[in-house]
Design a protein around this ligand. Structure first.
Ligand SMILES: Cc1ncc(COP(=O)(O)O)c(C=O)c1O
Length: 360
């Protein structure tokens, strides 16, 4: 690898934690109610503002609840799965390592009997379905939600963490949507967002799992939804600094054209990479169909015969952007190129090249 002649202005290309918005500085957090209780009027107002802005920017329907919950996107997904699954059979769809993680939790931890781990076909009408909208570690996304039945009886639980704010989510097809702040908008980590359709709320109020639920997963009391959670009364203590940063990101998002503007930016960023891939004969997208290629997390594979002709184990060990000497040469051009613990599998697959949507 030769040392790049031109270095990027911002070299934080990860898709979570993402680059901060253009122009961000610590001054953006000056209005954070530090040292104040999240239950005080000022704290509650900030949390409510974060929820209201999320609704506005993402276009979440008025009858969907939005809650700020503990433990990032993982917390939100686990909360939904442990609270809602088991009422009917569930189809677990996985196209990358995070989706595989949810499958493993449902099979090995929740130990549900009626579980199908599915590539295709799946039953979105009669069963619950758990899936990841954008597979961060494989760079594959669902192009739309047309495959989900409108007249479904089951719930759809969608991990949208690297999709929300960069891809159009079809709310009519989604009952539970989760994401975390450090993803597309470049916020700070720790808190998860949990969005519930009226049907998801109905499940919570009519179904009691056979297993005990820890306090941080509990969304009902006496068979009724704890509405406060969805108005900013968080289950436990949030960081008001992180809340302020999320509000700042949402306000910036509004200024750049809201959801439409954000999607345009993400598509524009992805196009820059796609153009480079097109004119580079030794690399290609892992996702073969353009419609399923992510615009937030790009995974590339080596196609150079010098690499593909090697046995699989040698391909994995051949000099890659993650090798120490390559890293040294590329110094300054990119950070965190080897951040994934469990990248997409397969021979000749470049380490996920995770990138932010907020820079052009
Ligand atoms: C698709 C997907 N799901 C879940 C997670 C975990 O998110 P968090 O660290 O916010 O819990 C990630 C993180 O990269 C992700 O990309």
């Amino acid at each position: 690898m030769t040392k790049p002649a031109a270095l990027p202005r911002v070299n934080t290309f990860s898709s979570g934690p993402c680059a901060k918005r253009p122009g961000w500085s610590l001054k953006a957090l000056a209005d954070a109610p530090l040292g104040r209780s999240h239950r005080a009027k000022v704290g509650k107002a900030k949390l409510k503002l974060a929820i209201d802005l999320t609704r506005e920017v993402l276009g979440v329907p008025a009858n969907y609840r939005i809650g700020i919950v503990p433990a990032s996107d993982t917390g939100a997904v686990e909360m939904a799965m442990w609270s809602m699954l088991g009422a009917r059979g569930v189809d677990m769809l996985a196209w990358e390592s995070f989706g595989e993680g949810w499958v493993s939790d449902v099979v090995k931890q929740l130990r549900l009997n009626d579980v199908r781990e599915i590539k295709a076909p799946y039953d979105t009408k009669n069963r619950d379905v758990v899936f990841t909208w954008n597979g961060t570690t494989s760079g594959v996304r669902v192009p739309d939600a047309d495959w989900i039945a409108d007249d479904r009886h089951g719930l759809t639980i969608c991990d949208a963490t690297s999709a929300a704010f960069a891809q159009a989510l079809d709310w009519t097809k989604l009952d539970v949507v989760t994401f975390s702040w450090q993803k597309v908008l470049g916020g700070e980590a720790a808190h998860g967002m949990l969005i519930l359709s009226p049907r998801a709320v109905e499940r919570l109020e009519t179904y009691k799992p056979a297993w005990p639920l820890p306090k941080i997963f509990r969304m009902t009391k006496g068979g009724k939804l704890i509405e406060g959670i969805f108005q900013g009364e968080t289950i436990n203590t949030p960081s008001m600094l992180c809340v302020e940063d999320y509000i700042d990101a949402l306000q910036w998002a509004k200024k750049v054209g809201g959801l439409k503007g954000l999607i345009k930016r993400a598509d524009g960023n992805a196009r820059v990479l796609a153009n480079w891939v097109k004119k580079t004969d030794w690399i290609d997208f892992l996702a073969v169909k353009p419609k399923t290629r992510s615009n937030t997390s790009v995974c590339l594979k080596f196609t150079d015969p010098k690499v593909t002709a090697l046995p699989a184990d040698r391909q994995r060990n051949s000099p890659s952007p993650s090798s120490r000497s390559s890293r040294r040469k590329a110094r300054g051009s990119i950070s965190d190129i080897t951040a994934m613990r469990r990248p997409a599998s397969g021979s000749g697959v470049a380490r996920p090249f995770r990138r932010a949507t907020s820079r052009r």
